[in-house]
Design a binder for this molecule. Structure first.
Ligand code: 4AD
Ligand code: MG
Length: 462
């Protein structure tokens, strides 16, 4: 008999009633009484567990009834109506153990902390919380493709190995095959990367934006969805060294167009999650964030507030709140400022635009005031910045000056400058941190709990 995922059984319980099925999964708990054992089985296909009653006439009853949580089992049996919490349960007829579990299986205790689970990331997907997170993650990825594809965006793939620091922030991981003991040196005594694998210095990409711009200026509307790498030394609950980013890039669009696109994208993901992961969201609300459903519903139905950076600074200055980092025009907004704006002041998502040029990347379009750029960040409660984007500088000379002023090598960006000479056009885009979106929608408070195998400073285990 072919295995039936437990999800299918619950989704069409009527059709499965009084039918024989074969399920395979991992024991959540097992209670043994005199004449039968009560097995709670989960196969990860959905949030719900299947309750299975195996009576002592079943073959290998001894082995089954003495199994512990974590055991991998296969059980063939009859789906019947249940008087319990679930509408159905199984009368297990032919149970067998697929994989035994050793005494030191770390998930036998009922309550374990998220922190403890991070050290055993290879088995933590067996818990309610992590498997729920990963199912939501799957659905948000599907939502992303559907959202953009339905509006005519093309999904493109940008390189992960790059020679340019596209954010100009110097937080890149080097990619090299040179010998670490005795690398070739140039006349200045520095490592000679012209002898390296790519005949130039290369890194893992921290964004696919510059390449996405090139394709947007040929195909109109495009988006990337891939891993990005940053070697910033941030030990926070919102930073990873390897995270996934979605970067739409749109030709002929200005900043307001992509701010609106970003807001609609977040709203779409929320609605999609309610449609496809209602069990998971109910669980997160119960366990982690009491007002999750209500706040998300509000966000998905109401326009996002929009203010300029200068207005944000005024709000912070007038708030009388004591911030750790000083607030004055020109400083970059810190997490505490971002959270104040979205959590306390606006009590919802807020779009902040037109930041001082000094604190933003070189490629952002200079405003006529000469001081600010057409940048936008979208801030949400509990997370802070979830989206960063901008209208791109499309004036060749202004961009060239900006590259110079930022201390970057013009020759590294010649192809990027070409895009402004070869039929350039206004264009804009943004990047959404996928893990931050998952945090926001699940209410999980640490980014290390929304990616299966997190990478952060000091940790590359698994
Ligand atoms: O604001 P960022 O740095 O923007 C860019 O990289 C642009 N090239 C995007 C674009 O315009 N195409 O990053 C975009 C988003 C942030 O808003 C945040 O959500 C996420 O990426 N992000 C991180 N997420 C997890 N860990 C990190 N270390 C992150 N750094 C940025
Ligand atoms: Mg940013």
């Amino acid at each position: 008999m072919k295995r039936t995922p437990i999800k299918e059984i619950f989704n069409s319980s009527e059709t499965f009633l009084n039918k024989s099925v074969l399920v395979k999964g991992w024991v959540k708990s097992l209670r043994k009484s005199k004449a039968f054992s009560f097995v709670v089985l989960n196969d990860g296909s959905c949030f719900k567990d299947l309750q299975i009653i195996v009576d002592d006439t079943a073959p290998n009853y001894e082995e089954i009834s003495s199994s512990i949580a974590g055991t991998c089992m296969s059980i063939e049996g009859l789906i019947v109506e249940s008087g319990g919490k679930q509408p159905i349960e199984m009368q297990g007829k032919i149970p067998s153990v697929i994989g035994k579990v050793s005494e030191d299986y770390p998930l036998q205790k009922k309550k374990t902390s998220l922190e403890f689970l991070r050290d055993i990331a290879h088995v933590r997907a067996r818990t309610n919380t992590l498997s729920a997170v990963f199912r939501v993650r799957h659905h948000l990825a599907q939502a992303t493709h559907k959202f953009f594809s339905d509006q005519g965006f093309y999904y493109i793939h940008t390189p992960l190995i790059t020679a340019s620091d596209a954010e100009g922030a110097g937080e890149l991981f080097r990619v090299s095959t040179l010998s670490d003991e005795n690398p070739p040196k140039n006349d200045a005594g520095k490592v000679d990367y012209s002898k390296d694998y790519f005949a130039t210095e290369t890194f893992l990409a921290c964004t696919g934006q510059l390449e996405a711009e090139s394709l947007a200026l040929a195909m109109g509307s495009v988006y990337t969805f891939g891993p990005t790498f940053r070697s910033e030394n941030s030990h926070t609950a919102r930073h990873l060294s390897e995270f996934w980013m979605i970067e739409p890039e749109v030709a002929f669009a200005d900043l307001d167009d992509v701010a609106d696109l970003g807001a609609r994208y977040i709203q779409y993901m929320i609605k999609y999650a309610f449609e496809h992961c209602s069990d998971e969201l109910a669980f997160f609300e119960k366990m982690y964030k009491k007002d999750l459903t209500e706040t998300l519903k509000l966000v998905s139905e109401n326009d996002f507030k929009k203010i300029t950076y200068s207005e944000a600074i005024d709000i912070l200055l007038n708030s009388k709140k004591k911030f750790e980092f000083k607030v004055e025009w020109g400083v970059d907004l810190q997490t505490e400022h971002e959270r104040f704006l979205s959590e306390e002041h606006f009590k919802g998502p807020v779009i902040v635009t037109d930041y001082p040029k000094e604190i933003k990347a070189f490629y952002m379009k200079l405003n006529p005031d000469g001081k600010t750029v057409r940048a936008m960040d979208i801030l949400v409660p509990g997370v802070g910045e979830i989206i960063g984007g901008s209208q791109r500088e499309d004036d060749y000379e202004t961009l060239r000056q900006k590259i110079k002023a930022c201390g970057l090598e013009e020759s590294d960006y010649d192809w990027y400058l070409d895009l402004r000479r070869f039929g350039g056009a206004p264009h804009s885009g943004f990047g959404l941190g996928f893990e931050r979106a998952i945090m926001y929608i699940t209410g999980m408070s640490n980014i290390r709990d929304v990616i299966a195998f997190p990478r952060f400073p000091g940790n590359a285990k698994f």
